[in-house]
Design a protein around this ligand. Structure first.
Ligand code: C2E
Ligand code: MG
Ligand code: MG
Ligand code: MG
Length: 274
């Protein structure tokens, strides 16, 4: 009887877990093909300077035109790319594509810098610096044309040698570093003075908080802190006119979000952007 129950239990859990494991394997196999067949694309979200309303930089965001599942957002495949190791190939492809696009825009008279997201798994291997050097040479770009976005959680461990090496490598090259999703990493703020970070991107959850007094106090303090440390400050996820108006009265340098522009294919980036 116990045996029967045991089997019953297994049967109860098995289908779901098996299906999930199978879905992951499938996504991994599909992603491998996608990289070979050119199913990935990059869209670009404008970052508008509040000083004069101009767009001088864009963030590169990867998309996957899946043959049967439609357009997939990064959350649906970046985790699989990370766990399977395909993230290195994916990251390299995005980096090269974004740099190629900066060159293409420049040749059309459009002067834009690009921000590229680098995830934890990628940061822990040498590939990023190498890929950057290759792209700078291939597309004849300046080091300052590219900014690398790292999340706060990546920076919190001071004994993390690979991360320290990446930061040092970026710093010697003169490649700017942005701290993505600032405020969500539950970390000590000490790294703000110790690490070579140029830009702070305040996470959109804090921007959404501008509708309450406490939310505004917190955001003001974050902007003030970043400003006093000499960082460029970008507000992420600006969705409403009210948020935008409020941010204009602060020391925030630039804004990014659906209120300014959605992530766009490169040909739709406004010609008067810069
Ligand atoms: P992120 O770097 O924080 O990028 C901002 C995300 O917020 C993007 O989602 C963007 O479409 C979305 N967003 C922009 N404005 C608004 C807004 O006003 N409201 C709301 N609700 N959302 C807004 P997306 O493109 O789905 O990317 C999600 C995350 O995936 C990114 O977060 C980034 O961490 C990661 N990611 C995207 N592209 C790449 C890539 O090429 N490589 C790596 N490693 N990660 C990537
Ligand atoms: Mg980002
Ligand atoms: Mg972010
Ligand atoms: Mg994020």
């Amino acid at each position: 009887r116990a045996k029967a129950e045991g089997r019953g239990t297994i049967r109860f859990f098995e289908p779901g877990m098996e299906a999930e494991a199978q879905r992951l394997r499938r996504t991994e196999a599909d992603l491998r093909t996608a990289l070979e067949q050119g199913e990935l694309t990059v869209v670009y979200q404008p970052q508008r300077d509040l000083s004069d309303g101009r767009v001088r930089s864009v963030e590169a965001l990867v998309r996957w035109r899946h043959p049967t599942r439609g357009l997939l957002m990064p959350d649906a495949f970046i985790p699989v790319a990370e766990s399977s190791g395909l993230i290195h190939q994916l990251g390299k492809w995005v980096l090269d594509e974004a740099c190629r696009q900066v060159r293409a825009w420049r040749d059309q008279g459009l002067d834009l810098r690009v921000s590229i997201n680098v995830s934890a798994a990628e940061a822990r291997c040498d590939g990023v610096l190498e890929a950057l050097d290759q792209a700078f040479a291939a597309y004849d770009l300046h080091r300052t044309d590219v900014e690398v976005e790292l999340t706060e959680t990546l920076l919190v461990d001071p004994t993390d040698k690979p991360m320290a090496a990446l930061l040092a490598g970026l710093q010697t090259r003169g490649v700017r570093v942005a701290l993505d999703d600032f405020g969500t990493g539950y970390s000590s703020l000490g790294y703000l003075k110790d690490l070579p970070i140029d830009t702070i991107k305040i996470d959109r959850t804090f921007i959404a908080g501008t509708d309450t007094r406490d939310g505004r106090i917190l955001l003001e303090a974050m902007i003030d802190l970043g400003q006093k440390l000499g960082k460029r400050i970008i507000a992420e996820g600006v969705e409403t006119e009210e948020q935008l108006d409020w941010l204009k009265g602060t020391g925030c340098d630039a804004v990014q979000g659906f209120r300014i522009a959605r992530p766009l294919p490169p040909e739709l980036i406004p010609r008067d952007a810069s």
